[in-house]
Design a binder for this molecule. Structure first.
Ligand code: BGC
Length: 379
């Protein structure tokens, strides 16, 4: 009896393993998966089964942040309109999930992979498999580091995103004419495993550092280093609690907070929540990036000063052009061969242009262009 049971168990285990190896099993949700993300596998069995030489794998980091939903939807729609079949997967910000999704894409016969990585250093084995299978990899928005499997990079001009945030602050406070006047500033950026923070944060600092050096900008918390002001997973709640601490420790005596450099909207949202709960002084200038709906509402309500708009329709369109060229054996569009070295050499890139969004132009930029409807932005 015991031996029979053991054999049955072994058989079951072998079947599970071989199913997983074929990629036929459903993507299992890791424990950290939020309910909203369980079942976010957007591949239908028909799609995975129809690898007729035109299957494109699109790996997105998470559904938690609005922009990745838009990126995924835009790319899927545009790729399908161009005649491709799409295996679109979201990984709930869980690295092992993303690795196995990419492994399945390789096993299922995807001919091009488009990957927005959770952690740009953590996809090693999956990328090796793609390379061994001769599948080109397009790094999407975030650069995948230290892998020679990466063929192209489609993104926005990330340095310029930071520069625009820095310039906005300089102009809003008229720092060039500040004289002896000083302003208090605090900083927050995103996930340390996201190569983009090196461009967002360093780009902003390239504009702001001279004013810190001159003493025109003062950081009461002393937290000015990128690693210190980073936010795991770009999480709003982590941003909120860090700022609640900062406000309690350095501003509770009535010290005025004049400006917060936040690298993106999810962190800016956390800062705005902390300000709402723990700060009564004059509202500071607060930057952001992405024009997420909650943040555009905050801009309209005077709780965030600006966001940097990165039109995901443009990035998706450019990526689709890249995929199409790779599928047809022609040269993908690139406009930068200098900026993005992933540790194995320069990755040929296409950089889309980011645009500053404020109360002045959000209507034209976001509503008139059809990115959002009036109803999306209604409070
Ligand atoms: C993207 C930003 C986004 C952030 C958090 C970055 O890599 O470039 O647009 O706000 O990730 O998802």
């Amino acid at each position: 009896m015991e031996i029979k049971k053991l054999l049955a168990l072994l058989l079951a285990a072998t079947m599970t393993l071989s199913l997983a190896a074929c990629g036929g099993g459903e993507t299992s949700a890791p424990e950290s998966t939020t309910p909203a993300e369980t079942g976010t596998t957007e591949t239908t069995p028909a799609e995975t089964g129809s690898a007729g030489g035109n299957l494109v794998g699109v790996a997105m980091p998470t559904k938690d942040l609005q922009r990745w939903n838009q990126d995924g939807e835009n790319m899927k729609a545009q790729l399908e309109a161009a005649g491709y079949t799409v295996d679109l997967q979201y990984a709930a910000n869980d690295i092992p999930t993303q690795v196995s999704q990419i492994e399945n894409m390789v096993a299922n016969g995807c001919e091009v992979l488009v990957i927005a990585s959770i952690d740009g250093e953590a996809l090693g084995t999956a990328l090796d498999q793609a390379k061994a299978a001769g599948i080109p990899v397009i790094s999407y928005d975030r650069l995948i580091m230290n892998s020679d499997a990466v063929s192209y990079y489609a993104t926005f001009d990330n340095w310029n995103v930071g520069v625009k945030q820095g310039e906005y602050i300089v102009e809003a406070l008229d720092l060039e004419n500040a004289g002896d006047k000083t302003y208090n500033i605090e900083f927050i950026t995103g996930d340390p495993g996201d190569n983009n923070i090196n461009f967002f944060f360093d780009g902003a600092m390239s504009v702001l550092q001279p004013y810190l050096d001159a003493g025109t900008l003062v950081c009461p918390s002393g937290q000015t280093e990128k690693q210190t002001v980073a936010t795991a997973n770009w999480a709003s709640d982590a941003a909120q609690s860090r700022f609640e601490n900062i406000l309690a420790s350095y501003y509770a005596d009535g010290t005025q907070l004049d400006v917060v450099l936040a690298s993106n909207d999810s962190t800016a949202l956390g800062v705005a929540n902390a300000l709402a709960s723990s700060y009564t002084g004059a509202y500071p200038i607060l930057t952001g990036q992405d024009c997420d709906i909650a943040n555009v509402k905050n801009i309209v309500a005077g709780k965030q000063s600006m966001s940097v708009f990165k039109d995901t329709r443009d990035l998706a369109a450019k990526t689709v052009e890249m995929v199409d060229a790779l599928m047809k054996g022609s040269e993908p569009p690139i406009n930068d061969t200098e900026t993005y070295d992933n540790g194995t050499g320069i990755i040929p890139s296409y950089l889309c242009e980011p645009v500053v969004c404020t109360t002045e132009n959000y209507q034209e930029l976001l509503v008139d262009s059809g990115y959002y409807t009036e109803a999306d932005l209604a409070s």
